[in-house]
Design a protein around this ligand. Sequence first.
Ligand code: ZN
Length: 343
Amino acid sequence: MFESWDHPNRPCCGICGGLIVPGASRFPGNFPGWTEDEQFKRVSVDDFREKLIKEQFHWQSGYRAVVKLGRQPPFISGASYRYSDADIDETGSLPVPKEMESVVLNRNKTWPEDEFIRIEKPHIDSYDTSEANVGWVFHEVCWIMLEQVDDDYQVMNNNLDLFMIAVHDEMTEKREEHTKLIIRAGRNTMWLQRRFKEATVNPFHIPMLGNVTNAALNREVREPKLLMPDIRSAAGFRISGGAFYKLQVETQQMIANHIDDEKDFRAFLLATRWRFPSVYWRKRIPECFYEIHKGIGDQRVDWQWLGLEVSRIVEKQYAEIHNRARIYAHIKRLFVILSQGVR
Ligand SMILES: [Zn+2]
């Protein structure tokens, strides 16, 4: 069964709700220079993230936290990897590195001790800002996703105390939703299982999005050949684009947006020969496909070609993409609560 927000005494990610799981099985041997007698290993943030994204480490085991020590202002911790059950006590508290830029990996024992702090989950039913050292933990991979929403991330960074409250509110809400979901699913356990399984796949390991971005960048941008109605082809045939062709591009887009099925959408565009501008495709490609939006930026590509390729990917219903969309929706919700507090 999917373990998540409904486990108050286990470390759960404040974004996606999933557990920070012990990931020893996908950990040893990944740093060849790290011998058994060395208790800990320092790695760079980039190295660490690459291993999590590429599935060399278990994505649900890498974590960092937003921490509040007593009455001091909150801060973002460093990152670490949950190796086994040995690092946790019965309250579900995890040790986190104090320095934001540091990544310290341990095997069984938390070491060097003075670089770590042990934090408790803030009490879910009463947001307690007293003397305790509290913090919300997050999967490092979910945190990377949070960082992608540039503007909101900056606002969050400047308002970490409000962010902690937002996570708290969301956590309460999510626990209720989670319970409702299970009740609503009733006997449909197959559906529930599929949904929960989806939540365990790595939302950042979607190489095809990077591949299609590279392909678009390497592809020649052709000027679209507009076939105007009632023109003559090179061979002298008269071609009629028909009344459909004369519609304004805005109207064309409205019609196209009504087609939910990806395959029908592509077939329809092929049949009508409509060509939409880049602004349409940028909007149609999900915001959380960072590889595409950030990878292309202002560079000139054939957006129509790219948009249709993305449509093929979306049609396949990959679990990784579903999970990314789900986590992204959670991030957006957090930022909405945060923005209400900031105003
Ligand atoms: Zn997460």
